[in-house]
Design a protein around this ligand. Structure first.
Ligand SMILES: [Zn+2]
Length: 339
């Protein structure tokens, strides 16, 4: 078994370009992308009786997928877990069936929902507390076990795929810190941010013409600030050597040098991941990602173009709201917002 695969964690707000970043990282021959790993037990639990059926991007249920099936059976063999009978008995994150029931969770699964809320409140309290209070609040830390389990899972994934590093795009900053502080393998965190205008447009694009926009644009702008501030605050607890901020725009405008910098940070050999790739299998495929967006892995040269749809779609009024609310945070993160 690979002794120490590097655990690459992408933290960031949704719609910040994590699919593109994951694709680029996974084009490195020593790296495999797994999607949003925090969701794996949930995807195992989601079967024909639930609203969605949990599947790997290859189309198979996790236990039937050639990659995940192999990984999960190895874990079962060494831990005595039975994933199909009880997918959450071997936890790797706070995500459980409350995620399946969403707004109905307090009624349909009250205990599971309540426990998830409790875990989140408790961890926020632990991570935000002043140093002297942390030992007191740290009496109960289920995340310690999750981090150990996640490391074992990562090691099996790296071994099955014969790589040195795995990319987890789970994105949640709380989950990121759980992994960073409790993993037994090296963790590298990538903080991904995107221009507030592009990010906010992708959050509100479902608004139909003629519908009021002020409220949704205002809420999305506040949310952009809130989520990025939270990520920034929690990431301060990760030492600088293990944490790198990357802007979506930098990836699009200069993918070669951005990726060169990233691979150096990750301790991986330099590799041209933008140009066409040697295709050893003779075919590109979906890979085996779990949760999150489907990624089409191709061996062709990548045509990366920055998504500027916000320019045609955000009005002057929208932009004024975004600038007003998100301007200072945007400046702090080094995103341009004036023009
Ligand atoms: Zn699969």
């Amino acid at each position: 078994m690979t002794e120490k695969p590097t655990y690459i964690y992408i933290a960031g707000r949704g719609h910040s370009g994590s699919t593109l970043l994951t694709l680029l990282l996974a084009r490195h021959p020593r790296v495999v992308a797994v999607g949003e790993l925090a969701n794996l037990p949930l995807q195992v639990a989601r079967d024909e009786t639930t609203k969605w059926v949990g599947r790997c991007s290859c189309g198979e249920r996790p236990m039937d997928c050639p990659m995940w099936g192999d990984v999960l059976r190895r874990v079962e063999g060494s831990t005595g877990t039975d994933f199909l009978a009880n997918p959450f008995s071997w936890r790797i994150s706070d995500i459980g069936m409350e995620e399946e029931y969403r707004s109905q969770a307090p009624v349909r699964a009250p205990w599971v929902w309540f426990r998830n809320r409790l875990w989140r409140v408790l961890r926020y309290a632990q991570y935000y507390a002043p140093q002297w209070l942390r030992p007191v609040l740290g009496f109960y830390r289920p995340q310690r076990r999750w981090g150990e389990n996640r490391s074992r899972l990562a090691a099996e994934i790296a071994d099955v795929n014969a790589v040195d590093a795995i990319v987890d795009a789970s994105k949640d900053p709380l989950d990121m810190l759980d992994v960073y502080q409790n993993a037994t393998i090296p963790v590298k965190v990538i903080l991904l941010t995107r221009d507030a205008r592009g990010n906010i447009w992708s959050m509100i694009k479902k608004i139909k013409p003629g519908e009021p926009r002020k409220g949704p644009v205002t809420r999305a702008s506040h949310d952009w600030v809130k989520v990025n501030r939270r990520i920034w605050h929690l990431a301060r607890q990760v030492p600088e050597a293990d944490c790198l901020h990357v802007r979506y725009e930098d990836i699009c405008r200069d993918p070669e040098s951005t990726m060169r910098k990233l691979f150096e940070f990750l301790g991986l050999e330099p590799h041209d991941v933008v140009g066409s790739q040697a295709d050893e299998d003779g075919a590109s495929d979906q890979g085996h990602t779990i949760g999150g967006n489907k990624i089409r892995f191709t061996s062709e040269k990548l045509n990366i173009s920055e998504d500027f749809r916000w320019r045609e779609n955000l009005t002057e009024d929208d932009l004024a709201i975004v600038r007003d609310i998100a301007g200072p945070m945007s400046d702090a993160l080094g995103h341009e917002i004036e023009n």
